[in-house]
Design a protein around this ligand. Structure first.
Ligand code: HEM
Length: 420
């Protein structure tokens, strides 16, 4: 299939030397685009975000290691940004870049480690067997809603719903509030007119949950965070709960959705669709290498002038982490052609270093995505794409690498839980 760009549509550069970080090629033809960038700029690319905002995009595997392994030189500290004076309050990428606030995601140095020390053990204490049981139950409930139809959109009907429902359970929300949280996350992610109201409701959910768990603690993540001996303000707890949910939801949706897409479009995974389990894990690992849910992530900010690759980085410059392109850097991939298929997990899908996705969060995400896929394949064994593979659309964003929909057909089956 020829992309609009290949057909002569989207130029890589509007002004010499700087690559605009927008345009359809980021979702229609990303690999060729990154290869062009590598040829013209090397491992560290000068880019321009909408509104002429400059940044560096790191696409080299080695350089990504250097950045993520140097938390003092390159902290995830948005307050250092030397562009704050040029950023209007309604800049569309502000929610993605973030602003300074007291959460695990937006603090740096000792303050960040203080939050990590409270959040990580609370996630680590989740019982994986209980979690797997809940994921099965919630997957069955979602599948019951569409299994009698014979058609579904696996993004809207399944992948976009399961992670937030499981996260809501982990935190100790009631079923009813969990369903409302799922709706709230969807409205926020869609970014329409109701997105700001949804964000307010998201925060209120967390405030209510905190008050409830203070009054009646349970065996859940929030109660364990409150029980942690170091003291945090209510605002810090609420900000951390929002960070955990927001950081966990979308990438897990996309990991699940991209793995299903790979299995439905690539003959190597036909056995999995017929009931073989081993290749579910292979497909999921391949997605982390080739189709990383966070293709580009903001970011890191240089704490002083320095060199990276062959570029001079100034104090306060923003570095965007090209997690997707670094994974496919030919300098590492040409020697080990089947990294993605061998169970090797030295990819950057979860980032790396002090600010990486916490290990227990990675394990929880794996349980959610794997259980969701396995239950789906058990319940609907003749699942097939309802449209030609080349018609599947990716999210129109350079940053997130997920599908907008995944239409499928299957032989209708009865609901197992009487839940419609
Ligand atoms: C249960 C699901 C998940 C939870 C609860 C979760 C939670 C988190 C949290 C709390 C952070 C902030 C870490 C810190 O500042 O120390 C984080 C960061 C991150 N997570 Fe996750 N996550 C989940 C799933 C995923 C998945 C599936 C991916 C991708 C495949 C992912 C990729 C990342 C990345 C790239 C970062 C940013 C790290 C950086 O800035 O270097 N996460 N996650």
């Amino acid at each position: 299939m020829s992309s609009p760009a290949q057909a002569g549509g989207c130029p890589v550069r509007p002004s010499p030397g700087v690559v605009p970080l927008s345009g359809p090629r980021f979702h229609t033809d990303p690999q060729h685009l990154y290869n062009e960038m590598r040829r013209e700029h090397g491992a560290v690319v000068p880019v321009e975000l909408p509104g002429d905002v400059p940044a560096w995009l790191v696409i080299g595997y080695r350089e990504m290691h250097q950045v993520t392994n140097s938390p003092e030189l390159f902290p995830r500290d948005v307050s250092l940004w030397n562009q704050w004076g040029n950023i209007p309050a309604d800049w569309p990428l502000l929610p993605m870049v973030g602003s300074p606030r007291p959460s695990i995601y937006f603090t740096a140095g000792a303050e960040h480690l203080r939050h990590v020390a409270m959040v990580e053990p609370a996630l680590e204490a989740v019982d994986p067997f209980e979690m797997r049981r809940i994921c099965e139950e919630l997957s069955d409930r979602l599948i019951d809603r569409f299994c009698g139809r014979g058609t579904a959109d696996l993004v809207a009907d399944f992948a976009e719903q399961l992670p937030v429902l499981v996260l809501a359970w982990l935190m100790g929300f009631s079923d009813e509030d969990g369903a409302d949280l799922a709706w709230t996350m969807k409205v926020m992610a869609d970014g329409g007119a109701d997105a700001q109201a949804a964000q307010l409701r998201f925060m209120q959910h967390m405030q209510n949950l905190l008050a409830m768990k203070r009054a009646v603690p349970g065996d859940d993540v929030v109660s364990r965070m409150i029980a942690y001996p170091d003291s945090f303000t209510d605002d810090e707890y609420v900000q951390d709960l929002m960070a955990i949910t927001a950081a966990g939801h979308l990438p897990t949706c996309d990991w699940l959705g991209n793995s299903l897409r790979l299995m439905l479009t690539d003959d190597r995974f036909a056995a999995a669709l017929g009931g073989g389990r081993r290749s579910v894990g292979q497909a999921m690992n391949e997605v982390l290498w080739e189709d990383s849910p966070n293709a580009i992530l903001a970011g890191r900010w240089a704490s002083r002038d320095t060199r990276l690759g062959d570029k001079t980085i100034r104090a306060g410059d923003m570095l965007l982490l090209g997690l997707g392109p670094a994974n496919t850097d030919p300098h590492v991939r040409q020697h080990v052609s089947d990294l993605a298929h061998s169970g090797n997990s030295a990819h950057f899908a979860f980032s790396h270093g002090e600010y990486r996705c916490p290990f227990p969060a990675q394990q929880l995400a794996e349980i959610i995505a794997r259980t969701g896929i396995e239950v789906l394949l058990d319940r609907l064994p003749d699942l097939d794409l309802a449209v030609p593979a080349q018609n599947l659309m990716r999210r129109p964003s350079p940053f997130l690498c997920g599908m907008t929909s995944l239409p499928v057909v299957f032989t209708p089956v009865r609901a197992v839980g009487g839940f419609q």
